[in-house]
Design a protein around this ligand. Structure first.
Ligand code: HCB
Length: 216
């Protein structure tokens, strides 16, 4: 039963059927499925499949757009179930965003939702944000952790720009930087002096707790 709904979710994302994707997410919750399972084993494989079809020339930009919209529609249904009632103490303040020149927003949004669900105060500054905008947001809310997302090989270098901008602003000692996104890796994180790399939202939460030295 759960496998059936997960396969249908994946297919609905690939087909770019936003309403159907949202409805299937709702059905999954009604059936008692964990929202994380619906994301990891339904929605995300759908997005990855779209990426493959784009690479092989079978899909074009419009399919990327409507697939992204379908995933966002389902996330809107799943978010309340992930976040629940937030009555715990704030464990840390995070600024998260996608780097300049890059409009992919779904991954960082999901990481932000998961951090919120785990007690972090999250300032999601959005996509296509410059290093200066990251620094301004850190100053504004006193964040001690930055999450920088990059989905394009052409925008990965902006993650390094954020680290350099934090250094220039004299904030690097107080702020940890974790990076993520499809083309990013641990070795890239090491090479630019980031404090950590996370491959998905769950490992981002683990990493965030380790970086700010708080008990999970
Ligand atoms: Co886009 N796109 N795209 N795209 N896109 C990718 C990323 C390609 C890999 C597709 C491909 O070729 N196979 C490719 C990049 C190739 C490369 O550079 N190596 C690509 C391209 C080329 C482009 C355009 C250049 C296409 C064009 O215009 N010709 C263009 C770029 C525009 C721009 O940014 N300037 C473009 C545009 C788009 C959209 C806007 C149509 C759409 C995004 C819609 C939106 O966000 N609202 C889109 C989409 C949907 C994709 C794919 C299909 C899915 C991305 C996604 O949302 N994945 C993607 C293929 C793929 O990634 N497999 C394709 C789902 C999320 C949940 O995963 O990896 O983003 P995630 O995030 C994870 C993980 O990385 C980690 O946790 C998240 C949650 O688990 N993580 C972090 C992410 N950020 C983190 C930060 C942290 O601190 C910690 C962890």
């Amino acid at each position: 039963m759960s496998e059936e709904i997960l396969n249908k979710l994946k297919q609905a994302v690939v087909d770019g059927e936003a309403e159907q994707t949202a409805e299937l997410a709702r059905q999954g919750l009604d059936q008692g499925l964990d929202p994380l399972t619906l994301i990891d084993e339904g929605l995300t494989p759908g997005m990855n499949r779209i990426g493959e079809l784009f690479s092989s020339g079978e899909f074009f930009l419009p399919e990327l757009v409507i697939g992204g919209d379908a995933m966002k529609a389902a996330l809107a249904i799943l978010e309340p179930a992930l976040v629940g009632n937030q009555e715990r103490e704030i464990v840390g303040r995070v600024v998260i965003g996608t780097v300049e020149g890059d409009i992919h927003e779904i991954g960082k949004t999901l990481v932000g939702i998961m951090l919120t669900a785990n007690g972090f105060d999250v300032d999601d500054i959005g996509a296509d944000k410059s290093a200066a905008e990251f620094v301004a947001a850190v100053k504004e809310n006193g964040a001690t952790l930055v999450g920088a997302s990059a989905l394009l090989t052409t925008t990965m270098a902006e993650q390094q720009s954020i680290i350099e901008a934090l250094e220039e602003a004299g904030l690097r000692d107080q702020v940890k930087v974790m990076i993520g996104g499809a083309p990013v890796s641990q070795s890239w994180a090491d090479s630019i002096g980031a404090d950590g790399y996370a491959a998905n939202a769950i490992s981002a939460v683990d990493l965030a707790f380790r970086l700010i030295d708080a008990p999970a």
